[in-house]
Write a protein that binds this ligand. Structure first.
Ligand code: GAL
Length: 836
């Protein structure tokens, strides 16, 4: 039977540069080792490694500074060592080391003998170490990792708008197999015609499963061994098939099980992502299980269809990096990203830009019902033949790793935004179709009318620059006959920091909403994926000069900007009621003290605005500006409304005054044209008020200068009833320190990848919102079986900041405290718990 043991704890690590002080030239040593020498040179490198510090996997070779650093500081080489006892091996059995991701290239030795090498930061690899093990002795594994940007390895060779922090940054395990084993399962679930019943989708399911066998090549002596495949749901057996060795081997080392009619099963759907367990066994020699889902997914010229109905794919791009640790993050935060995208921002699809992402992230997509578009690593540049072979290898490894995920609906077979390359992209599309005949292909381009060798024209559309033009004409871009999806918009067109001025944050949100609206207006567009979910680290040629692209709808800590509301508010209110203004209602934050207009992002039918307790009026979604969004923002363009009734003006004078006062408050007095001024004149003549009195009215009702307790409330109205309320106003003094963890219980697999949870610290105002302009220093203390990833002293940024707390391989209570001057110290407890 297969035995898989986690292999992530108890490593040691040293930067190769850092070892130079020993008097030996580490580069000469590595140079010798790299050529495959097994002698003194490698031993010398071992010796150097003795000074290495203990580390656990995932690991980043260099801590990633928040910003303002030179990316060259990441281009290092490092040496990882791990001592372990040789495991017991069944007769004829094999032992493997499985690496899930090492950035960007590595060479490995076991007991001084070269084991192999791997190139590429994002794909898994396995090494058969059986013949290198020393039974009964301590065995030493050495991994030399290079984070240098090798131009022969995608995405490198040109410029790249992201960084690839190096290290053994994903999990490692040790696997023992019998003499024959199941190398891989490829499930091909078919959903037949899916149909809806209540809130769930069902289908007439079919399934075929290919199992690839490895080991004793001829499988000699297996005799009557039975293979079996079982389909289960929550532990209940739904169907099974069995075969004897001689019946099912096809000579290629693969066997196929067919379940031609499984009958009516629940489909996997974004509303209810029903998953099934498929277990394949090989007598008592091996067993392997995967999760699968039955669904019909198709990009067509009439949009994207899931289980028979059209679904518009509102989405965001995601980079897989975090502050301090870069790529090296444990399972919890990987999963949390999917939850943030799905539950908080309510998106339907994520583009895993621009490389294969963590399996934990994709598992969470499967469980949540978040669709995914995955692509091979790269960024604009196409290299020479060696580079291209590497890219095709990456694509193949990506598809082999991920083709059983029901959430994945499209493979990206082009290098993001590269030029046409007929031969290369003919090969890549064919490769994807061969490895996965059931999924469509795309290939992200910025070129109009580029050669379509894939199934879907996936286009980065940066048409919208704030003006009238919102998206490119689909027919002219791709031709009318191509299924089509927008895979990026906004991003560098309007970088926005979470602590930017409100007008910019508001415009950032509007731009996302406008592009989404326009895309939804064309039934031929399958989806619209914004750039991007989270701010990210980058090279000097991109971003704001501090090595950060502030392109996210949230910052790197996953703390949202207003633009996240443009997505969040599109959700069905049955799932979650969204109501938030893209404003603090502060009287002087916007230029020229203009308060209006204010967007309220909501999925309610209407919004009632109250000022200091008095109803101003009811406001409705702005369907004129956003005719296609399901839930357009509600624009507050009047803060006076019914309150002016107290003045006893006639209906027409009241209307005139409100119109002019709102205009002046939105655009300043200079925005009033001749007609407006004449209107004011008329109002003055009819009411007998002099100019100073009118000005006074605007100040009193509009700006409400000097009015104690001037505050605003918005109430969300749904089905005629108030369902939510938010308050804004002058209580913006920092009242308390908020300290909260995403997870109260942090489970970890002993010896496996450490786990982590985000802890957010906030200076909160009287409305429980972060104090937008607070940059106070924070000091964090931790006691118990955990550690803080990154520095323990930092500043709040825009009133809030997050850090991550990781497990340390032991169970117990982790006590985390935060101190910020002027606030009572806050403490939270996180329980670290060992799991299977
Ligand atoms: C695109 C590119 C992304 C990112 C984005 C910024 O051209 O595909 O990776 O750089 O621009 O807006």
């Amino acid at each position: 039977m297969r035995k898989v043991s986690p292999f992530c704890a108890g490593w040691r690590f040293a930067l190769v540069d850092g070892l130079a002080g020993t008097g030996k030239d580490p580069f000469a040593v590595t140079g010798a080792a790299v050529t495959g020498a097994t002698g003194a040179a490698v031993e010398a490198l071992f010796a150097l490694g003795y000074s290495a510090a203990p580390v656990d996997i995932p690991h980043s070779m260099v801590p990633l500074p928040d910003n303002h650093f030179d990316e060259a500081s990441l281009f290092v080489e490092g040496l990882y060592l791990k001592d372990f006892d040789a495991p017991d091996i069944p007769p004829g059995g094999r032992v493997f080391l499985d690496f899930e991701g090492v950035a960007s290239a590595c060479r490995l030795w076991l007991n001084g003998r070269p084991l192999g090498e791997h190139r590429g930061a994002y794909t898994p690899f396995s090494l058969d170490i059986t013949d290198f093990l020393l039974p009964g002795e301590a065995n030493r594994l050495m991994v030399l990792v290079s984070a240098r940007e090798n131009p022969e390895i995608p995405p490198f060779g040109g410029v790249v708008d992201y960084l690839v922090p190096g290290g053994i940054y994903r999990g490692v395990s040790l696997r023992i197999q019998d003499r024959v084993w199941l190398e891989e399962l490829f499930a091909r679930p078919k959903a037949g015609k899916a149909f809806r019943e209540g809130v769930r989708y069902f289908c007439q399911a079919e399934l075929s499963v290919e199992a690839r066998l490895r080991g004793d090549a001829k499988l000699s002596g297996l005799g009557e061994t039975l293979f079996h495949a079982r389909l289960e749901k929550d532990g209940t057996l739904l169907a099974s098939a069995a075969a004897k060795t001689k019946d099912c081997l096809d000579g290629s080392g693969s066997l196929v099980f067919r379940f031609p009619s499984l009958g009516r099963l629940e489909a996997w759907d974004v509303e209810a992502p029903s998953l099934y367990d498929l277990r394949v066994g090989l007598g008592d020699m091996d067993g392997l299980s995967i999760r699968i889902g039955f669904r019909e997914a198709e990009f067509t010229t009439k949009g994207f269809f899931l289980n028979g109905r059209r679904l518009f794919l509102r989405g965001l791009n995601r980079h897989q990096s975090w502050p301090s640790v870069g790529y090296a993050m444990g399972p919890g935060p990987q999963r949390k990203d999917a939850e943030i995208l799905f539950r908080d921002y309510g998106v339907r699809i994520v583009r895993a830009s621009h490389y294969p992402q963590s399996r934990h992230f994709l598992d969470a997509c499967d469980e949540l019902g978040l669709l995914a578009f995955e692509e091979l690593p790269g960024w604009q540049h196409i290299g020479g033949p060696v580079w291209k072979d590497q890219a095709l290898n990456d694509l193949s490894d990506l598809i082999l790793r991920d083709r059983n995920h029901p959430s994945i609906v499209l493979w990206g077979t082009r290098i993001n935004e590269s030029r046409d390359d007929h031969d290369f992209y003919t090969r890549s599309a064919a490769l994807a179709r061969k490895l996965d005949p059931d999924r469509q292909t795309g290939g992200v381009r910025y070129l109009k009318q580029s050669e379509l060798l894939e199934d879907v024209y996936t286009f980065n559309d940066f048409t919208h620059g704030g003006g009238a033009a919102r998206i490119a004409d689909r027919r002219r871009t791709a031709g009318p006959q191509a299924p089509y999806m927008i895979t990026e918009h906004n991003g560098h067109m309007f970088p926005t920091k979470r602590f930017d001025q409100e007008e910019r944050l508001g415009e950032h949100a509007r731009r996302h909403a406008r592009v989404l609206d326009a895309a939804m207006g064309d039934q031929g567009i399958s989806g619209c994926i914004g750039w991007c979910a989270f701010d990210y680290h980058t090279h000097k040629d991109f971003g704001s000069g501090d090595r950060i692209c502030y392109h996210g709808v949230a910052d790197m800590d996953r703390i949202p900007k207003y633009a996240a509301l443009a997505y969040e508010s599109q959700q069905d209110p049955a799932r979650k009621i969204v109501l938030e203004a893209a404003s603090l209602f502060a009287k002087g934050e916007r230029g020229a003290a203009r308060l209006l207009p204010i967007e309220v992002y909501t999925n309610c039918d209407a919004v009632d605005l109250y000022r200091s307790g008095a109803l101003v009026g009811r406001f409705y979604p702005d369907r004129r500006t956003y005719p296609n969004l399901e839930h357009p923002p509600v624009i507050l363009d009047d803060l006076i409304g019914l309150r002016i009734d107290a003045e006893g003006f006639s209906a027409r004078d009241k209307k005139l005054f409100l119109r002019l006062a709102s205009k002046a408050m939105a655009g300043g007095p200079d925005s009033l044209g001749l007609l407006d001024k004449a209107g004011f004149g008329l109002f003055m003549a009819r009411t007998g008020l002099a100019y100073p009195a009118v000005e006074d009215l605007v100040k009193r009702y509009g700006l409400a200068w000097g009015v104690p307790e001037d505050c605003f409330e918005i109430a969300g109205i749904l089905g005629g009833k108030e369902v939510a309320r938010r308050r804004y106003g002058p209580e913006t003094d920092a009242r308390r320190l908020g300290l909260s963890a995403d997870e109260a219980v942090l489970s970890f697999q002993p010896g496996g990848e450490w786990n982590a949870t985000r802890v957010t610290v906030q200076a909160l105002d009287g409305y429980d919102r972060p104090c937008r302009f607070s940059f106070l220093p924070v000091r964090v203390e931790l006691e118990g079986p955990g550690r803080v990833l990154g520095p323990k002293e930092f500043s709040l940024v825009g009133g809030a900041r997050a850090f991550w707390v990781a497990t340390a391989g032991r169970e117990g209570i982790i006590r985390v405290a935060a101190e910020v001057p002027g606030f009572a110290r806050q403490t939270i407890l996180i329980t670290a718990e060992a799991s299977e």
